[in-house]
Design a protein around this ligand. Sequence first.
Ligand code: NAD
Length: 500
Amino acid sequence: MNPALPSPGAAAQAFLARAHGHFIGGRWVAPLAGERFDVFDPGTGLKISTAAAGDAQDIDAAVAAARAAFTGPWAKFTAAERGKVLWKLADLVERHAQELIELEILDNGLPLPVAQYVVHHVVPDFFRYYAGWPTKIEGATIPAAPQGRRPGEVLSFTLREPLGVVGAITPWNAPLPMLMVKLAPALAAGCTLVLKPAELTPLTALRMAELCAEAGVPDGVVNVVTGLGETAGAALAAHPRVDKIAFTGSTEVGRLIVKAAVGNLKKVSLELGGKSPVIVFADAALEQVIPGAARACFFLQGQNCMAGTRLYVHEKVHDQVVAGVANIARSMQMGHGLDPASQFGPLISTEQRERVRGFVEAGRREGGELVCGGGVPSRPGYFFEPTVFARMRPDMTPVKSEIFGPVLCVQAFGDQDLERVAAEANDTIYGLSGSVWTRDIGLAMQMVRRIDSGQVSVNMHAALDPAMPFGGNKQSGWGREFGKEGLDSYLKTKGVSVAW
Ligand code: NAD
C-alpha cells in the first residue's frame, strides 16, 4: 500500500492478503499446477495480491462441478427460489459495498465516485432486474396438427429450458459489471457457470463467488477459475462439456473464441470492441454537449467499449466544442481512485499505456492537431493525460483504431454533409454505440436510422439500463445482453407434442 493514500478498510485488506485459489464446487482450491501470478494496483504500480494461474486441469475440474450442479441441486430450485437468490445477492453487494468498492478501485483503478456508483447502483439494480425474470420464463401452446392429428387429439407446447454450463470470459475494464451481465441472466435462466475473469483484474470475481454462496447459490453453480487468457480462457472456450461461451473482450480474441467453440459447436455470445461516433449538430445545447462529449470519451479513462472517441462537430460550433472539451480534459483531477478528489484514474497497465502512447504518436506524425494532453505525467501508476486531437481525417490511425484510452479525435462537418458524416460514422469495422446531439428530433431520428450500431442515444451517450438490450453490430459482437434478450441467450426452446 502507498502510505500517502487513504487505506482500504480491514475487510479489503484481509481479502488482499489471502493466498487466493480457484472457487470450484463451493470451496477454495489451490491451482493444480501450483502456478500463481501477481496482481497490481494500476494507480501505484505496486503489487497488491496474487492469484492462481489456472490451466486446462483446473478448468476441467470447474466444468465437472458446474455440470454436476446443473442436473443436481440447481435443477431442484423453483423459479421463485432462483429469483430470491438473485435478490439476496443484490442485498449482499450492498452490505459489502465498501469492501467491493475498494477492491474494484485497487484492481482496476477507477475513480471513487465511479466505483461507488457501480457498487451502490449498477450491480444491485442489475441483479434485482434479473431477480424478477425466473418466474416469467414461459413457453407457448402451439396450434399444431402433427401427423394428421385433429384438434383435441394432440397438445403441442414449448418449454424454455436453461442452456446448461456457461463459460463466462470477461475483460478488465469494468470487472464487476462485466461479471454481473453474465452471472445474473445465467442464474435467472437456471444455468451454471465457470467464470474466467481477466488476469489483470481477478479480485472482485473471487469475492463475488463467496457472496453467491452466501446468497444460497448451491455448490458448483458458480465457479471461478483465474488465469491467463491463452491457457485458462482458451481451455474454457474449447471445452467439450461447456454449452455456451459468453465472452466480452477484444474483437481479436472474439475470433479465437469462435474458432475454439467449433469443436462441440457450443453457443457463443460476443461483446467486442467499439469506436463510437458522437455527432453534434449546430443547434445542439452546447452546455450539455461539451460535458457530454468529454464524458463519452474520458469515462473510465477511455477504457470503455462504448467510448465516444470520434467526435463529429458541425463547423459553426466546432471551435467552441473543441475548446470546451479540452478545458474539461485539462481540468480533470488526475489521481488514485481511493483519493476522493480524483476524477480521472490510471490506465490498466504499462503495456496499455505504451499502446495508447503509440496511437498518439501516430496521430501527431499523420498531421493531427494536438489540442491538449498526449503525455505521461510524472507520477507513480499507469496514468496518461486525457488527449484531444482536432483536424483529424478519416484515414488517420487514431481515427480508425480502437485505442481503449483517453484519446478523442475531432472532425468538422458542414451543412451539406449529412450523408458524408453518416457514412464516416459507419466507416469502421465496429458498430457498438453512438450518439447524436441536436434539438431537431426529425434530424436526430434520421441519424438514428443511418448509424449502424447496437445502440444510439440522442442528447446523451452510452445510455445503459438493465432492461435495455445491449450489444454490437458488425465486428462489435454477436447477440445482445441486458433485458429479456439477455435472458433468452441463456435459454433453449424444446417443442413438445403429446398425443393420446
Ligand atoms: P481481451 O480480449 O484481451 O481479453 C478478454 C478476456 O479474454 C480476458 O479474460 C482474457 O484473459 C481472455 N482471453 C484472452 N485470450 C484468450 C484466448 N485465446 N481464449 C480465451 N480467452 C482469452 O480484452 P481486454 O483487453 O481484457 O478488454 C478490452 C477489450 O474488451 C476492448 O476491445 C473492449 O472494447 C472490449 N469490451 C467490450 C465490451 C462490450 O460490451 N462490447 C465491454 C467491455 C470491453
